[in-house]
Write a protein that binds this ligand. Sequence first.
Ligand code: ATP
Length: 373
Amino acid sequence: MQREAGREILIEGIEKTFGATRVLKGVSIALREGEFLSLVGPSGCGKTTLLRIIAGLETADAGRITIGGRDVTRLRAADRDIAMVFQNYALYPHLTVEQNLAVPLVMRRLSALERLPLLRHLVPGQAGRRGAIATRVREAAEMLRLGHLMQRRPAQLSGGQRQRVALGRALVREPSAFLMDEPLSNLDAELRAGTRREIVELHRRAGVTTIYVTHDQVEAMTMSDRVAVMMEGELLQLGTPRQVYDDPCDLSVAGFLGSPRINTLPALATPSGVAVGPLLLPMLAEAPAGTTLTLGLRPEALSLTRDGLAATVEHLEFLGAEVLLHARLAAPDAPLVAKLPVAIAGGLRRGDAIRLGAEWPEALLFGADGKRL
Ligand code: ATP
């Protein structure tokens, strides 16, 4: 089952219009062999459409998809050597786990006419008797720890177990690529975290190039080699999770990644630094003096300081080891959220006067057009 590597996927200039809506405006991404890439972005930005085009379930108006050097743009989905995993697991309810895992392999060997009766009449154990198929099914089951569940039917499994079967079914085919569309969104928080680790482990062991669509930034940040941030049909940034978080190319990327959201304050470029309310920060903006800027401050970058911006505590949310401090600045008049250790901020009360500061050079500066300076 272990393969040396997946195959690289080249997505070049993909465009798609539905009716009057340009859903994809020329998206290009080059995936390395064996890479795990997450596509993230707000609802409606075109993630699923792009995934469906890569899978061959949707046709692009323009652009090209190449997998392992093979141009698949005009190939049918079935001929692309890709396995897809969706949020609704689409398992056959009348088949056991073992049979569900065997289906893609059995199907591959049969003509369309032969498939239907076989699916109706597959009896327990039948998959197990077909040598090569049985071996692959067993390997996939082992990798996903499904061995003890082989004779159960989907209705007798938990949501997480069903999703593991769906993953296993994608795995047995040994595809060149996995495409996953929000595969965890039907699971509760705990199962999600567990299954997330399983997918990462599976990817590590099988080494198959994977594109993973999610609107959940935690999934994207924790699972991926690289994250592609999309907005309104365009790829805004492609980088490692740290790059897109620490070094966002514009305000919408900075705002999409990070919870709570990045704080933004109006600022002004001056010859001697960046003015924010009464403070002159020792930062040099690459912008002419007088330019209006936006200063981005992550909640965890803030601290209580003697010489920071004056603010009033509005309320505190306890997270355990940390608190989220919601405050209102005096000047500029703006809300601000800081994530602080309980030991430091746990004793504050609504109405307390505080000062909030940061390691200012680490703050992010954006121009009037939202682009990073
Ligand atoms: P979500 O996170 O909500 O799933 P998404 O980023 O995956 O969103 P898509 O599902 O790709 O977004 O949809 C992008 C846009 O294209 C949306 O405005 C959607 O309404 C539209 N769209 C998608 N499929 C079709 C279709 N078959 N016909 C018409 N419009 C469509």
